[in-house]
Design a protein around this ligand. Structure first.
Ligand SMILES: Nc1ncnc2c1ncn2[C@@H]1O[C@H](COP(=O)(O)OP(=O)(O)OP(=O)(O)O)[C@@H](O)[C@H]1O
Length: 235
């Protein structure tokens, strides 16, 4: 799977938020970083097909084998992208009146997990993220960290090939961050994972897309030198 941004520009109310952004992103973790208001959430919404660029294109392609057994790149349609994506927006709320368990079972079914497996899969996630004891609480009664975990689970539950997570670790404690981070790291071998963050300490090895008025710098492998550089930009 490959994601290509080609001169992506986004304007709203006369303000240019992203200016001719171009880069290619493949499987693995890519951190989207930048100061407050630099356009991280806007970019992620566009990658999740929730917003359209004002100009330029966002293209997902995957390798498919044709009848002559030759591999070719095929562009995914919007429908195919939506079926392939797990997205957690920054302001995730889910269906506020549903309980955690009902909501996750609903999402798992909606995302195509066979009904006979749904209960077990949801049960496992609830146990592993310490949400099991409060599984019957309605989403609107949850704390910020509890809701964030539900948001992450719904995005990851069907192991999507594209995960788009907007500030996923905000409000999580150290152990919970560690749990999701370990999961994403394993998962990054076969999926594109986009994570926006303002916290450089959260970043592990990965690529970095730095948004600064349309400038883009992409690092492959986050080594000590690049890590320090990223810290300087953010501060
Ligand atoms: N609906 C809107 N109307 C007007 N301006 C908007 C709208 N949505 C976003 N913006 C502006 O676009 C810019 C980028 O917003 P965005 O939320 O993408 O930034 P961000 O990098 O995710 O910020 P943060 O780190 O604070 O979450 C901001 O200046 C914001 O005020």
């Amino acid at each position: 799977m490959r994601l290509a941004l080609n001169n992506v520009t986004y304007e709203i109310k006369g303000q240019r938020i992203l200016d001719q952004l171009s880069c290619e992103i493949t499987t693995g973790i890519t951190y989207i970083i930048g100061k407050n208001g630099s356009g991280k959430s806007t970019l992620l919404k566009m990658c999740a097909t929730a917003l359209q660029p004002t100009a330029g294109t966002i293209e997902y392609t995957k390798l498919v084998e044709n009848q002559q057994t030759v591999f070719q790149r095929k562009s995914l349609t919007t429908e195919e992208i939506r079926r392939t994506i797990g997205y957690m927006p920054q302001e995730f709320t889910g269906y506020a009146e549903l309980s955690i368990e009902r909501y996750l079972q609903y999402m798992a079914t909606h995302k195509g997990i066979p009904r006979r497996h749904v209960k077990n899969i949801v049960h496992k996630w609830l146990e592993e993220t310490n949400l099991y004891p409060i599984r019957r609480k309605a989403l609107f009664t949850l704390s910020g960290g509890q809701l964030k975990k539900v948001g992450l689970i719904q995005a990851l539950i069907n192991q999507p090939q594209i995960c788009i997570l907007d500030e996923p670790f905000e409000a999580l404690d150290q152990m919970e961050r560690y749990y999701f981070d370990r999961f994403l790291r394993r998962y990054a071998f076969h999926s594109i994972i986009l994570i926006s963050t303002n916290i450089v300490e959260e970043m592990q090895e990965g690529d970095v897309l730095y948004l600064d008025r349309g400038w883009v710098r992409l690092f492959t492998g986050l080594e000590e030198e690049s890590y320090q550089q990223v810290k300087e930009w953010i501060e």
